[in-house]
Design a protein around this ligand. Structure first.
Ligand SMILES: [Mn+2]
Length: 348
């Protein structure tokens, strides 16, 4: 596996110099943040990121994300234009050495939490989700943690009305249309697309979600067999739904060679939802060691990163993206892989 760390570009409060000091790191996961979704990424912006990484000896082989605009998701009349833009962005990121693009296909909202500052028993803070709390929010007049500035009220209402009544089938067909439309560019550039699971992995605000369960991914790989069509195994997101057997999914999809990127973080079921715990098995509800063992058993050699961490040691980081807990996550993940790989080599 290749251990990476998410870096929000030159405006990230965490400098690359600190990221560089995390042991065993091969590179960063980043994106272009200075243009709106649906626009072609300036080559200069990519060059600046690439040079900053090169200067620190970090690889920049994973992009998270190139945004898929709503028009592509709901199949609007300009979707082919936006698909051309997406293809051009694939060529541009490939030109600076990118090999994997993480994206999602969640209508309107991507990750949703009801609290960004849940205080844990040990004094750290985490993101958390409560179904009851979420139901209190009116999607048309939203002041949801983390989402207040994403849409104007009118824009949000317009989007929600477009999606009203859209079936899972229609949304799925739009995803298949998109993947088929970019397939020749994937062949040409060698880029692997890694869809991120829905977070949480169920419908919210009556909007359909189609990358939530094991069957969803099976169906997607059957519909678009192209080997560049893969997934991001975000074990935290998948594990938020108790029905998802994440160890089984790690095993099954790595065996099929569909996992290009893995987000390894833990969650703890609490109340009517979950809390994002530390990465360690003992701190959460998922068996992180078994997940890593399944990946290693099947020869997984993709990218890995820690995911949302807690805010600890007094750090006032971007929720989920502080330095300290994610760095602890890195060393923990490295340890799990080291042990699993050694056991495999010794035939245990
Ligand atoms: Mn994730």
């Amino acid at each position: 596996m290749k251990l990476t760390f998410r870096w929000y570009g030159l405006n990230d409060s965490i400098p690359l110099a600190y990221i560089r000091e995390i042991p065993s790191l091969s590179g960063v996961v980043t994106s272009v943040y200075d243009v709106k979704p649906g626009e072609v990424w300036p080559k200069e912006s990519l060059q600046v990121l690439k040079e900053a990484c090169d200067n620190k000896g970090l690889k920049m082989e994973v992009i998270e994300s190139i945004p898929v605009v709503e028009e592509i998701k709901y199949g609007g009349e300009n979707r082919d234009h936006y698909i051309e833009v997406f293809k051009e962005n694939l060529r541009r990121v490939a030109a600076v050495g990118v090999k994997c693009v993480c994206y999602n296909f969640m209508p309107v909202f991507d990750w949703v939490r009801s609290d960004l500052g849940h205080v844990n028993e040990d004094g750290s803070t985490s993101l958390s989700y409560s179904e009851k709390e979420l139901k209190k929010y009116d999607p048309h007049n939203l002041h949801l943690p983390g989402w207040d500035e994403s849409y104007s009220r009118d824009e949000l209402s317009r989007l929600l009305s477009i999606y009203q009544g859209m079936s899972h089938e229609e949304l799925f067909n739009n995803l298949v249309y998109f993947l088929n439309a970019i397939s020749s560019t994937l062949e040409e550039t060698g880029i692997n697309m890694a869809i991120h699971p829905d977070d949480p992995p169920w419908d919210i605000f009556s909007l359909p979600r189609i990358a939530s369960k094991e069957e969803d991914f099976k169906r997607l790989f059957e519909a678009v067999p192209n080997s560049h069509n893969g997934m991001t195994l975000c074990v935290g997101s998948l594990g938020e739904c108790k029905e998802n057997d994440v160890v089984k999914m790690a095993d099954e999809f790595s065996k099929e060679g569909r996992i290009y990127f893995a987000h390894l973080r833990n969650i703890r079921y609490e109340g009517d939802g979950f809390v994002e715990s530390g990465h360690e098995t003992a701190d959460g509800s998922l068996d992180m060691a078994a997940i890593v063992e399944a990946l290693v058993k099947n020869g997984f050699d993709g990218y890995v990163r820690p995911d949302h961490g807690r805010n600890i040691f007094g750090e006032q980081g971007k929720p989920g993206y502080g330095l300290f807990d994610r760095a602890l996550g890195c060393t923990y993940i490295t340890g799990l892989f080291e042990m699993a790989e050694r056991k495999k080599k010794e035939g245990k």
